[in-house]
Design a protein. Structure first.
Lengths: 125, 293
């Protein structure tokens, strides 16, 4: 699971109002090379929840990969170095084993072989 | 063969052996990737070369996802069958995979996805496989969450095999209730084999793109069944009855002069409309052979 997907995922349990962001617990992660596409990154930037992305990168041990405060889109257009870091965090880091924890109910969704198990129990639907 | 929906719930039907069968059959792969290409075409994404973030609902072993990757889009795949996802991992698909039940709603943040495709999956929602399953509630949860997670003006193209009319009506109604605009596009409507139904849904701002694309293979001449009906109607109207044995039988009509070029071209058109690959019409079509001695 890439951090891009983690950034989009929210807890789906019935009655949960504040199920975002899911806390990432990473036991194992890998880095895979992905083609760099600046247009996609600029297009997807407004949709990214920056604090959640920074938090997820920290969970993998990358404390200084991204600035804590969300950069301005104009900075992103000119700063190639930042864009490459953003690319690395968003698309190249894959969580292989671990879990996602709902911030409200503390329900844990396990991640096996890179696939988060988001299936809910019958009483959670 | 009975439809898979009637045999077992999806997470049980698509077990290890069935998942492998599904992914090693070249016929299924060909059909699935053709449908995915068509779905991507119907999705009508902006043609500026910028990759989009798409959803693949019921991604299975990632055959449809490969089509999305070939067009350089990033995608997130949902499926309920662990075995199918394991095969997808083996095939090293590029998108991210999630084990989830679409009937429980898609757990995604609102307004982040640029488009959604689903190949042969939605019909599973119409089945109640557990006592807690309520098809209408599951459809509502699915379409509601799909509507929320799409950006305004984004499209969702859902290819489905509905069992009967009331089933597709139920699905359509659920989509409309969730707020989608759109309708059904049917490719090759006159063929039982090549017929494919796509639900093309637009999210919000319906004034922008309400016009539905046209299905393939819709423009065709009336088929032979209709012709026969016409003849019968004429016969009924005749006041003077003719004894059957006095009428020229069909075979006699044909053997007199052969079937002729017009008949061959008509038949070839019928097959084309059904989606078969038919050689083009040339000057050699239905040409009489030389008499050889």
């Amino acid at each position: 699971m890439r951090l891009l997907t983690h950034n989009m995922l929210a807890c789906n349990i019935k009655g949960v109002t504040n199920g975002y962001p899911l806390r990432l617990e990473a036991e194992k992660w890998v880095e895979k090379e992905v083609d760099f596409n600046a247009d996609f990154l600029r297009g997807v930037f407004p949709k990214i929840d920056w604090p959640a992305l920074v938090g997820a990168a920290r969970a993998l041990g990358f404390h200084d990969l991204l600035p804590v405060d969300a950069p301005d889109p104009s900075v992103l257009a000119s700063d190639d170095e930042l864009l490459r870091r953003f690319h690395r965090a968003l698309l190249q880091l894959h969580v292989e084993e671990g879990g996602l924890v709902c911030p409200e109910t503390s329900r844990r969704f396990p991640i096996n072989k890179g696939i988060p198990n988001m299936l809910l129990h019958e009483d959670e639907v | 063969m009975p439809r898979p929906e009637f045999q077992a719930p999806p997470e049980i039907f698509y077990n290890d052996s069935e998942a492998r069968k599904y992914t090693t059959s070249s016929r299924i792969i060909e059909i699935q990737s053709k449908i995915s290409e068509r779905a991507l075409e119907l999705l009508n994404l902006p043609n500026d070369g910028v990759p989009c973030l798409l959803l693949d609902i019921g991604c299975g072993s990632g055959i449809s996802g490969e089509t999305l990757s070939e067009n350089e889009h990033h995608w997130i795949g949902f499926d309920i069958s662990q075995s199918m996802l394991d095969v997808a991992l083996e095939r090293e698909v590029e998108g991210d995979l999630l084990l989830a039940d679409m009937g429980q709603g898609l757990g995604l943040r609102p307004g982040v996805i640029d488009g959604a495709v689903s190949i042969s999956a939605i019909q599973w929602l119409c089945n109640a496989d557990k006592s807690s399953h309520e098809p209408i509630a599951r459809l509502k949860a699915f379409f509601g969450s799909l509507y929320r997670c799409l950006t305004r003006g984004a499209r969702a193209v859902l290819q489905l095999y509905s069992d009967n009319v009331s089933q597709s009506e139920m699905i359509m109604k659920a989509a409309m209730r969730a707020g989608f605009a759109g309708g059904v596009v049917v490719d090759f409507p006159h063929s039982t084999r090549a017929r494919k139904t796509y639900l093309v849904l637009t999210c919000g701002s319906s004034s922008m793109q309400t016009s539905l694309p046209k299905g393939k293979g819709e423009d065709r001449e009336s088929c032979s069944d209709d012709d026969d009906d016409d003849e019968r109607d004429v016969d009924d109207k005749q006041t003077v009855g003719i004894y059957d044995r006095h009428r020229l039988s069909k075979r006699m009509k044909i053997t007199k002069k052969g079937k002729g070029k017009a008949w061959v071209i008509k038949k070839k058109n019928q097959l084309r409309n059904k989606g078969y690959s038919v050689p083009p019409d040339t000057k050699y079509t239905a040409r009489k052979r030389k008499a050889c001695f």
